[in-house]
Each structure stands twice: as structure tokens, then as C-alpha cells.
Design a protein around this ligand. Structure first.
Ligand code: SF4
Length: 291
């Protein structure tokens, strides 16, 4: 996706505030180019690939060609394909049909009430939460692949007992394979988007397990594990990784050293070209992309 087109401007977004908010679907790239790029990248990877995942810097269903890209990648590479979506366009039948091509879909469910949804996800003004939840329900009823949900908990926004219960009830009603509870662990769009305190997390986890089932709920409140390796050109890898999420400075240094690079030199040169920035969040340094 061109940076950063989205239907939402979530307060916790790792990509900063949405630059162009839209609900208009468009073709952005030639699907054949995307399929070829993915196939070339996969050819360089040793070891097993679980999924090729659409994690764009914006909402992936805004891409009118997503169905062709999903089927093209699966056909060309034999890999399963996953899509992470905010689900805001699933009220449209064509979006549900396009997404049904994926093997795994993760839908965002941060709120069950309109007011909380508007505060945390800051949606495009023409969207309605009731229609989105109905769209997710319809999608869940017919989707043949694996459906998972992700709920980002932000202190003071969606961590009240009532909201958590309403979210859990909705998620239980669509019976996902897994329901993930997450907290901001990388620099958010708004500095006030912080994780709820531990006692609130425990309460949210318990409410989720009560409604959805213990084996189906996972709480992601730890830093993500480091990437296993760095593929292709190191500078390009830093730029493409940071175009979808901030990268921990320590992880980047370790991987660059493993590739025989001088991390200080490479990162300084990207900084001087104004391609990256080093920011601090909760006492840790991150590399973020500049646009
Ligand atoms: S977190 Fe996802 S849905 Fe929210 S603004 Fe960022 S890209 Fe859009």
C-alpha cells in the first residue's frame, strides 16, 4: 500500500497518524509485480514459511486487487496466505468475497460500542460500527479458513469492565480459532496510548476466557521476539521492515552484525538521508521510517 492510506487512524498505530483517510478501494500496483516480488523473496529464504502475510502500511482491503494477489501468491509459491485487516470494509459484500480467498484472516475488534470505537480507532466519518460488526459476523459464518481476532487494549479507552465484556461477547459469537489481546509495545501514533495496568490486563484476560474459552485466548503483552534473520540487502531490509512497524534498535544491531555490517555506519547513513529516525518509547530505542 502507498503510505499510509487507511480507513482508521488508531491512536496506537505504529505507523503514525493516517495521512490519507479513505474508504475508496483502488488498484495500487500490478498484482503480477507483487506476486513476482514475493516469489523472488521466498526463493531466497531457507527453511519453512508458515504464511505469506499481508501486513501493509494501511488497510489491505483498500487494495482492489487483493484477491488476485492472494490467489496469485498461493498459486505461484504454494504458500498459505494470511491477511491482517481492521475489518472496517467487511460490511461490503465484495470485500468479504475478496478476503475469503485467504487461508488465515485476522480481524481487529477493539471496541463493541460506537463511542469507544470512535475514540480508539478514529474511523472515517462514513463508517458505522454496527455495520462493521455485522460484516465480521457474516464473514465468520462463511469463511472456510482460519479466523483470528486481535483486540488492542489501551489504558482509559477500551479497558473498562463493560466494554471488555461486550467485546468478549461479540468475539465469542463469531467463534474464532484464537482471540488475541494485545497492548502497545512499540511507539504509538499518540504518546498517550499506553498499556492498561497489569490488574486490568488480568481482568480482561479472565473475561475473555470466560466467554471465549481458555484454550482460545492469548495475551500478547511482551515485546515481539527478534526477527530470525535479515533477508536481501541490509539497508533495504531495514527500510522495508520499518515501513510496516518500528524496529527495536537492539534487534537491528544484532542482525546487521550477523551479516558482517557495521550497524552504526549503516544506520547513520540512513538517518543522514532522512529515511529513518531513532525514537524512544518506554525506555527503549526504536528505528522508525520517515516519509
Ligand atoms: S493500526 Fe491498522 S487500522 Fe489502525 S490506523 Fe494503523 S494501519 Fe490503520
Amino acid at each position: 500500500m502507498p503510505y499510509k492510506l487507511c480507513t482508521y487512524s488508531c491512536i496506537y498505530c505504529q505507523l503514525g497518524r493516517t495521512i490519507k483517510m479513505t474508504i475508496e478501494r483502488k488498484p495500487f500496483y500490478d498484482p503480477q509485480d507483487i506476486v513476482r516480488d514475493v516469489a523472488e523473496t521466498l526463493a531466497q529464504i531457507k527453511g519453512e514459511v508458515d504464511f505469506v502475510t499481508f501486513v501493509p502500511d494501511g488497510e489491505p482491503l483498500l487494495d482492489l486487487n487483493i484477491a488476485a494477489e492472494i490467489t496469485g501468491i498461493r498459486h505461484e509459491t504454494g504458500s498459505r496466505v494470511a491477511v491482517l485487516t481492521n475489518a472496517s470494509l467487511l460490511y461490503q459484500e465484495q470485500c468479504r468475497l475478496d478476503l475469503a480467498e485467504a487461508d488465515l484472516v485476522s480481524v481487529k475488534v477493539d471496541a463493541a460500542s460506537e463511542q469507544v470505537w470512535k475514540r480508539i480507532n478514529r474511523p472515517h466519518p462514513s463508517l458505522r460500527l454496527s455495520e462493521i460488526l455485522e460484516g465480521i459476523r457474516e464473514f465468520a459464518n462463511t469463511f472456510k479458513g482460519r479466523l483470528i481476532t486481535e483486540t488492542m487494549l489501551v489504558e482509559g479507552f477500551n479497558d473498562s469492565r463493560d466494554e471488555i465484556r461486550a467485546i468478549a461477547e461479540f468475539i465469542a459469537s463469531i467463534n474464532p480459532h484464537k482471540a488475541y489481546l494485545a497492548v502497545p509495545v512499540r511507539p504509538p501514533a499518540e504518546p498517550y496510548a499506553t498499556p492498561p495496568p497489569p490488574e486490568k490486563l488480568v481482568e480482561a484476560y479472565n473475561t475473555f476466557t470466560e466467554h471465549i474459552g481458555r484454550d482460545k485466548v492469548e495475551l500478547l503483552n511482551m515485546p515481539e521476539p527478534p526477527p530470525e534473520t535479515l533477508h536481501g540487502d541490509p539497508a533495504q531490509w531495514i527500510l522495508s521492515t520499518t515501513s510496516v512497524h518500528p524496529l527495536r534498535y537492539t534487534y537491528a544491531v544484532k542482525l546487521l552484525e550477523e551479516k558482517g555490517e557495521n550497524p552504526e555506519k549503516l544506520l547513520s547513513s540512513l538517518k543522514e538521508k532522512n529515511l529513518i529516525r531513532i525514537v524512544e518509547y518506554r525506555g527503549e530505542k526504536f528505528i522508525t521510517r520517515t516519509y
